[in-house]
Design a protein around this ligand. Structure first.
Ligand SMILES: Nc1ncnc2c1ncn2[C@@H]1O[C@H](COP(=O)(O)OP(=O)(O)OP(=O)(O)O)[C@@H](O)[C@H]1O
Length: 578
């Protein structure tokens, strides 16, 4: 039962009040439902009683005002009233459903944004430990499942429960004995069904949750490495892994759907049999069949209205249980979103603040160890880089060069030591330091957009400065190539830049880095995957920037760093200036 209300704990007090309004409207809706059913009984009595108007003088007086004098016209009038009641009730129910769906959809969007915002702003170390398929599943499917799979069913479940209680209360007035028997029977059945299937459903929920991330992972990997997959002829391997996970996911869903169909059949059989047995008992007690008929009308209606109610309550509870594993998994993150909303915390900030850099970068006794790492990757390293210098970072594979660069970039926090820029520790305000940086990795990530969108990454299309695009295209020696393209800088590069050569991709990376007019340009093996000629030509491009900005470049090839001012050699966590 506590599962049902857990969903409301992720909401702010304002949202909870809104939920309260929805629940209040639902109570009215449930009452309208009950009145709709209850109103059938007087109509049946009126139909069966020719002298009804004569027996009810007050009703007769009001009817005469409306010019209703005969029994037939009174039946027609009462039927018309009932039609209006049903139309109004269902219009109200449609409005209420829309209210619930709007609330759910709006929050689905807010929480999807919140989840992505949370993941994007998480430290780089967090992402090193996560598989992107899990995060993809959480952001893309999480809010949908939580809001359409838990919140809407919770609202519906509450409506059904309120409707059931109201109908049942009316049933008590008509025939208390039958009402108690029906409630006892339905209650016992619901309890038994929920208890029997609770664990099975929770287990299926966990399985579908686990394998939805896994099949997504294999999908990503199979399609992400399409070139290697095809060349190595490993299509079947990826397909088998994907199908293996998808089968388990599908099986869990199928099992749940089957289990969730059983209560309807069970409840229907039990309720119909009980109702018929009740009639037999009443007949055996000597009650005349004609006396049973009017009561039976309401009873059958109520039972057949209560039965789907009970059935839906069971189905909805099971559905909620099935979706709970993902909700529980995301619970802390959803609470964090609520807290962020409460604190009106600034969105992933794009601060204007920039750390001043006029003299030097000083690395002081910098030490780093990865959380799961056994030894220190950097051991108290110290050196300084004067502004405007071109510094080469060299050393064997695994020596800690990328780790150092990641610290410089503000992606990793040192275990000890400092990096001072004009005597200010960059970790005091890493965003302000990052405002000075541009970075070119070994493999540039290109979005499936135009060249200009890729260069001015993160800037809305309409705000891209085309003069600046031309300028950096020239600096990266890409201008002529782009000018020859049919759509120039508006040409699409394809997913991850598949329509470009490796050298062109790296040049776009350099143009991107330069678009932001950095004070410090960091290159992590930016040219090492290229052939000698392209590498030389890109190095030549970079060298043109020497003296204008500070360049820190990791490179394995000696030729890349021939013209640098000095080199820092990394060796087993220690450094030496050469
Ligand atoms: N996420 C991580 N968790 C634990 N250890 C890591 C992690 N990333 C890197 N390491 C370890 O840190 C050490 C330094 O790695 P780093 O990538 O900085 O070396 P590198 O000098 O850049 O190597 P290369 O030239 O091959 O890129 C290596 O021993 C590596 O195994």
């Amino acid at each position: 039962m506590k599962d049902i209300f857990k969903i409301f704990t992720i909401f702010t007090p304002k949202q909870q009040r809104y939920c309260g309004v929805i629940v209040f409207c639902m109570v009215i809706g449930a009452m309208l439902e009950a009145v709709g059913i209850g109103a059938i009984l007087p109509l049946i009595s009126i139909m069966g009683d020719e002298g009804f108007l004569d027996k009810h003088i007050v009703v007769k007086q009001y009817a005469e005002i409306l010019n209703i004098t005969t029994h037939t016209s009174f039946i027609i009038f009462s039927s018309a009233l009932l039609i209006i009641l049903y139309v109004l009730k269902n219009l109200y129910m449609a409005w209420l459903t829309k209210l619930q769906i709007n609330f759910s959809t709006q929050n689905q969007i807010v929480y999807a944004e919140g989840l992505l915002e949370g993941y994007i702003s998480k430290p780089y170390l967090y992402h090193l430990d996560q598989n992107s398929a899990t995060l993809l599943r959480n952001v893309s499917s999480g809010p949908i499942l939580i809001f359409t799979g838990i919140l809407i069913p919770t609202f519906t479940l509450l409506t059904e429960a309120i409707t059931a209680v109201t109908i049942w209360s009316m049933l008590i007035l008509v025939d208390a004995f039958t009402a108690i028997i029906v409630a006892g029977l339905l209650g016992a059945m619901m309890y038994a069904i929920l208890k029997t299937f609770r664990k099975k459903i929770a287990k299926r929920g966990e399985v579908q949750n686990k394998y939805s991330a896994l099949y997504m992972k294999w999908l990503n990997q199979g399609l992400g490495a399409i070139k290697e997959t095809k060349v190595l002829r490993k299509e079947k391997y990826f397909l088998d892994e994907f199908v293996g996970a998808y089968q388990k996911y599908g099986q869990a869903n199928g099992d749940f759907n089957f289990i969730n169909q059983l209560p309807r059949m069970f409840i229907e059989t039990m309720v119909t049999s009980t109702l018929l047995i009740l009639i037999i008992v009443k007949l055996m007690m000597g009650i005349q069949p004609m006396e049973i008929v009017p009561i039976l009308g309401v009873l059958a209606l109520a039972a057949f209205r209560l039965m789907p109610c009970a059935n839906r309550i069971v189905n909805l509870s099971n559905g909620i249980k099935f979706q709970m594993p993902l909700f529980n998994l995301l619970y802390d993150e959803l609470i964090a979103i609520k807290e962020r909303k409460l604190q009106y915390e600034a969105k992933t900030c794009e601060e204007k603040e920039q750390l001043g850099f006029n003299k030097e970068i000083k690395v002081e006794k910098l030490t780093f160890r990865y959380p799961q790492g056994k030894k220190e990757v950097l051991k108290q390293i110290s050196f300084s880089i004067p502004k405007g210098c071109f510094v080469g970072i060299v050393g064997q594979s695994g020596a800690g060069k990328t780790t150092f660069v990641d610290i410089m970039l503000g992606l990793l926090n040192p275990s000890n030591g400092k990096i001072l820029v004009d005597s200010v520790d960059i970790f005091e305000n890493i965003r302000a330091w990052q405002a000075n940086l541009s970075y070119v990795p070994q493999s540039i990530y290109l979005i499936d957009g135009s060249i200009r969108e890729n260069i001015a990454l993160g800037i809305p299309e309409q705000e891209i400065d085309d003069d600046k695009i031309d300028k950096v295209l020239k600096m990266a020696e890409l201008y002529e190539f782009v000018e020859e393209l049919p759509e120039k800088s508006y040409t699409y590069v394809g997913e991850r830049g598949v329509k470009l050569s490796g050298g062109q991709r790296q040049r776009i990376g350099i143009a991107r880095a330069l678009y932001y007019e950095p004070e410090v340009l960091i290159l992590d093996e930016a040219t090492s995957a290229l052939d000698n000629e392209t590498e030389k030509s890109i190095t030549h491009t970079i060298l043109k920037l020497k003296g204008q900005i500070t360049i820190i470049a990791i490179a394995h090839r000696v030729s890349t760093l021939e013209e640098c001012d000095f080199k820092i050699k990394f060796n087993e966590g220690q450094v030496e200036r050469i």
